[in-house]
Design a protein. Structure first.
Length: 698
């Protein structure tokens, strides 16, 4: 193994070169290597300066996140940064790629900082439920002032070199190899007689209105607690002597590291990456992807086409007639106009995407050259089968045929073709050019290289791709149907839809289930209820009060009336006064005496329903790992990232308690609350969902 930190002498300068691929995280070995390098340089009388540089694609991407939660190992990072700063030698950091978290804290411990123009600097600990814990909260505000430092730490954004120079975080920006520009800068500093310059010795940062800053930070955090704690740490920098501020920062960091929120966010960090690593796909080469076809240019087809165009794929979109084709083109151009306005693309790119890269046609013969086609026509099996038979005839051999169906059986769709091995589900979420989730639905006969290509497409579109098996609703919509039903039951029993929405946004969901239903369109649920009515079990409780609204032509946001009333052209909504009346009528019909629910009980029942179904989805192999379900809920259903996903949440609550609640609810409604076998097994064995994640699955 190569040394994680190499030591070499160049004239009067000792170079400490970090080599810990892939991103030079500050593992124990790197920290030790840096400390040893400093000792060695200081012991060498010929050495006057130390240059710290990184090998590979980054200077340092931060603390080694895999070490969090394990027993601390010396030397610790805050002490290392202070040890670097206290050196009698001149210490220079030369940065390229990213310098993040603990990496920037090491650089702030150095006396001079130089970077390439393309370098990016940041303190992203906020995204891990933490705060910068190696002096970042104490040193950065001494350079930038309190307000700016708080903004940088709460946003966690990556700052460009030019901005960092302007703020005084960098002393110099120069093109060139980091070691070459660093050595030249060190030589320049030595020959000009520059002296040691410690950030900690600068005046304490300015006092601001700390209470207002704290309140504003919590608001920005939308339920995240660490944003407020970051403000308190900067307040300590302003009010306490430097070393006392460091101690305060360390105590706050330790508290946050123990919090459920940081556990949830660290779980999300690793699993959003792990979710597309499937052992059975190792070494399987994806098929080539240059042009894709999209069938149907409605809400989803237009969104998928937009995402593909923005990812530099050529798109051929097929509609049923010229009018529909024009409408589809209009939708795609509208989406791309949005990207243009936000600066994601420029005018020449917009022009190229809407002309050269996009073909909208009504003839399947235009699909002859596409490598993969995604069907997004009406959710109707007969229509889908007809489309797939046509695709089978029109597409070249080896082209992949994918369906964006929300619920329908991909095996049955595949059977409508002569090439079921080339058929797969690629389930996008609305709006498809914005939402990060992609379910890659693997049918019985789908070939391995078709699955790999699905993941490859996901990566190229910037999506989090999750493998799902075939069942009604796959991973996400299947679980949604169940927790949504739990909410419906609570309405029948006395909780108002508005209290439920409030309780769940209070928990951290982006939206409550009834606001979501209005957005998606109440007609979808109405049609599903009618479709499923015949096969329904006698014990199944299905509220129908909302059907009365649908019968009057009110389908939610798109018609201006649903659970809420919407004013045209405005995003604001107010509760619909008809809803409580409709609910009361149904309760009277069913002889239900409504009761009060606390917000806490609402959240608990909703979450227990979600966890129970999620456990069944894992048990049946529809999802490979509990973390796969977590990522689906996080990236497709507005689940708060700081809770990590439903199964991480369940682990943190304690599985025995969750199961006990489900069994208690089952005493009222044994049909709905059937405890998942996997949940019972895990409780009996004293294991957690995370134990299954570590073992690679069920
Ligand atoms: N510790 C451990 N592993 C890390 C890591 C870190 N800080 N940063 C990245 N990795 C790992 C990833 O898990 C991934 O592993 P995998 O290949 O096994 O999945 C691998 O490095 C490559 O990462 P990406 O796939 O994300 O590569 P990209 O090039 O897309 O992105 C990056 C690189 C911008 C550095 C991105 O990985 C990132 O944002 N990393 C996290 C940075 C961060 O949060 N730093 C702060 C850490 S906390 C801290 O420093 C506390 C201190 O204040 C005390
Ligand atoms: P939509 O009704 O907005 O669009 C469907 C489009 O398909 C229409 O423009 C129609 O003209 C076209 N079309 C119908 N038959 C066709 C054919 N034979 N050939 C070519 N085009 C044809 O529907 P939406 O919402 O875009 O849904 C499409 C599919 O995506 C459905 O299977 C749906 O379940 C699924 N889906 C929908 C989501 C949503 O939130 N709307 C989310 C994820 C999946």
């Amino acid at each position: 193994m190569t040394d994680p930190v190499s030591y070499s002498i160049h004239g009067h300068v000792a170079v400490l070169r970090i080599n810990n691929p892939p991103v030079n995280a500050l593992s124990q070995a790197v920290r030790q290597g840096l400390a040893d390098g400093m000792d060695r340089a200081e012991a060498d009388t010929a050495v006057k300066a130390v240059l710290v540089v990184g090998e590979g694609r980054a200077f340092i991407a931060g603390a080694d996140i895999t070490e969090f939660g394990k027993p601390p190992m010396e030397p610790n990072l805050p002490d290392l940064c202070t040890r670097i700063e206290n050196s009698p030698l001149l210490v220079i950091a030369s940065m390229h790629g990213v310098t993040l978290g603990g990496g920037l804290e090491v650089a702030l411990g150095a006396h001079y900082r130089i970077a390439q123009p393309s370098a990016r600097l940041g303190l992203p600990e906020v995204h891990l439920g933490l705060l910068p814990g190696a002096g970042g909260t104490q040193r950065l505000p001494r350079l930038t002032g309190s307000d700016k430092a708080i903004e940088i730490m709460i946003s966690g954004r990556q700052i460009k070199a030019a901005e960092a120079l302007e703020m005084g975080v960098l002393d110099k920006v120069e093109e060139g190899d980091p070691q070459v520009i660093g050595l030249a800068y060190a030589t320049e500093l030595l020959s000009s007689g520059a002296t040691r310059r410690a950030v900690s010795e600068l005046p304490a940062p300015d006092a601001i209105d700390w209470e207002a800053a704290h309140e504003g930070a919590l608001k920005k955090g939308r339920g995240q607690i660490n944003t407020g704690v970051i403000v308190r740490a900067v307040q300590a920098a302003s009010e306490l002597p430097f070393m006392d501020g460091m101690a305060r920062e360390r105590a706050l960091f330790a508290d946050l590291l123990k919090s459920d929120q940081s556990k949830g966010m660290i779980h999300a960090f690793f699993n959003e990456r792990a979710v597309s690593n499937l052992h059975e796909l190792k070494g399987v080469t994806p098929r080539a992807l240059n042009a894709i076809g999209v069938i149907g240019g409605g809400t989803m087809g237009a969104g998928i086409a937009t995402a593909a165009l923005l990812a530099k794929l050529n798109v051929v979109l097929i509609e049923t007639g010229q009018e529909q084709a024009d409408a589809a083109r209009g939708r795609i151009e509208g989406n791309l106009q949005g990207a243009l306005k936000r600066g994601k693309i420029n005018q020449p790119q917009y022009d190229a995407l809407t002309t050269e890269a996009l073909t909208v046609a009504i003839d399947y013969a235009s699909l002859g050259d596409v490598d993969l086609v995604i069907e997004a026509v009406f959710e109707d099996m007969a229509v889908k089968k007809e489309v797939f038979a046509k695709l089978d005839a029109a597409c070249k051999a080896g082209a992949i045929l994918a369906s964006n169906t929300s619920y329908l059986d991909i095996d049955e769709i595949a059977a409508a073709t002569s090439r079921p091995a080339d058929v797969i589900g690629l389930h996008f979420f609305s709006p498809a050019h914005v939402m990060k989730l992609l379910e890659v639905v693997v049918a019985d006969k789908t070939a391995a290289d078709v699955v790999t290509t699905g993941f490859d497409l996901g990566k190229r579109l910037g999506k989090i791709a999750v493998r799902a098996g075939v069942c009604d609703g796959f991973i996400g919509n299947r679980i949604l149907a169940v927790y949504r039903t739990a909410a419906d039951h609570m309405v029948l029993d006395g909780a108002s839809p508005y209290q439920i929405d409030r309780a769940l946004t209070g928990f951290g969901f982006a939206m409550g289930p009834f606001a979501v239903a209005d957005l998606a369109g109440l007609d979808i649920g109405w049609m599903t209820r009618k479709r499923k009515a015949a096969g329904r079990h006698a014990d199944e409780r299905v509220p129908t009060y909302i059907d009365r609204l649908c019968e009057q032509g009110h389908f939610g946001r798109k018609t201006g009336e649903g659970y809420y009333l919407y004013e045209a052209g405005s995003r604001a909504s107010v509760p619909n006064p008809k809803i409580p009346e409709l609910i009361a009528t149904e309760q009277a019909d069913l002889n239900i005496t409504p009761r009060d629910f606390t917000d806490q009980e609402i959240v608990r029942r909703y979450m227990c329903a979600m966890v129970n179904e999620a456990a069944k989805v894992v048990e049946e192999g529809i999802a490979r790992r509990p973390a796969d379900v977590d990522m689906v809920l996080l990236f497709g259903y507005g689940f708060p990232r700081y809770s990590g996903g439903p199964l991480k949440w369940a682990d943190l609550q304690g599985l025995a308690d969750v199961l006990a609640d489900i069994e208690r609810y089952a005493q009222e409604d044994a049909w709905f609350w059937q405890p998942a076998g996997l949940l019972k097994t895990l409780v009996a064995e004293g294991r957690s969902f995370d134990d299954l994640n570590r073992a690679g699955g069920k």
